[in-house]
Unconditional design. Structure first.
Length: 285
């Protein structure tokens, strides 16, 4: 895949997490969280550069020990998206495409990130893109029950025939009627993956906008783009049996290690060179 413009993956990594202080430096199966995420980013073909955006010299120093690039950003950044923008602005030349890969995304398959890269290169009119996974009946029912029990985590997304997002919600959307047509497998329910690709100009514009009522209600930053007419392309991806898990607590660290033991390392035993390429789902336009 030949890149037509520069593509930078920027990984926001803040030291002062309220639920897990020093999170990027926590060890997972012998390697730090931030090194694992950096290695996943490095395994994505077509990417020009990978940078870690941080507010803490301890993280920056650690990143340099494994050969990574660390960019210092202001402590005052309100969220990871602003930290990514500040890091991109600090580069000698702004990248054409910026991918925001969260610093705790240790189980994100590189082919999922690659799908975003391919879509941004395929269609130069796409301003912003994000992945989603189609849910089967079992995963849908599990999420629906969790929401009924008060679970906040887990975002779903709906999109139009061009795969541009219609809405993101912490509720399960669309609502599936019990008496509706159902073939038992093909539910039109997609779970959103919190990973974003932006044109640099779009990222700049997005962060100059004020949060709207939908973003404030759902606490979903991507709704700011939709409320202001910025289309978001949804890229359907397949985790191919791999488990997705976010790290927000010490218990999550244990869970992620269990997943790695059960499923194996995403990059194999010898780093990203050992990554077996996985074909992507065909993308419609």
């Amino acid at each position: 895949m030949k890149a037509l413009e520069s593509i930078a993956i920027i990984i926001p990594a803040r030291y002062g997490s309220t639920r897990l202080s020093g999170k990027p430096l926590k060890m997972i199966a012998g390697r730090s969280m931030i090194e694992r995420v950096w290695s996943l980013a490095r395994a994505v073909p077509g990417v020009t550069a990978v940078h870690v955006a941080t507010d803490d010299e301890r993280i920056a120093e650690h990143v340099r020990t494994f050969g990574g690039s660390a960019l210092m950003t202001p402590v005052e950044c309100v969220d990871g998206t602003e930290r990514v923008l500040r890091a991109a602005q600090a580069l000698p030349a702004a990248p054409g495409i910026v991918i925001n890969l969260q610093g705790d995304a240790v189980l994100t398959p590189p082919w999922v990130i690659e799908a975003l890269v391919k879509e941004m290169l395929r269609d130069p009119l796409v301003e912003m893109a994000t992945p989603a996974v189609r849910m089967d009946r079992r995963s849908y029912e599990a999420l629906r029950r969790a929401k009924q029990d008060g679970e906040v985590g887990g975002t779903t997304v709906t999109f139009d025939r061009r795969r541009n997002a219609l809405y993101f919600s912490k509720s399960v959307i669309p609502f599936i009627r019990a008496d509706g047509e159902d073939d038992g497998a093909s539910l039109p329910v997609y779970r959103h993956v919190g990973l974003y690709a932006y044109r640099f100009a779009t990222l700049n514009r997005h962060l100059r906008l004020e949060p709207g009522p939908l973003e404030k209600a759902e606490k979903l930053e991507q709704l700011r783009a939709l409320e202001n007419g910025i289309p978001i392309r949804v890229v359907e991806v397949d985790y191919r049996g791999r488990t997705h898990w976010a790290v927000d607590s010490p218990e999550d660290l244990v869970k992620v290690e269990e997943i790695i033991r059960a499923e194996g390392e995403l990059l194999g035993a010898h780093g990203h060179e050992a990554l077996a390429r996985v074909s992507l789902l065909p993308q419609g336009s």
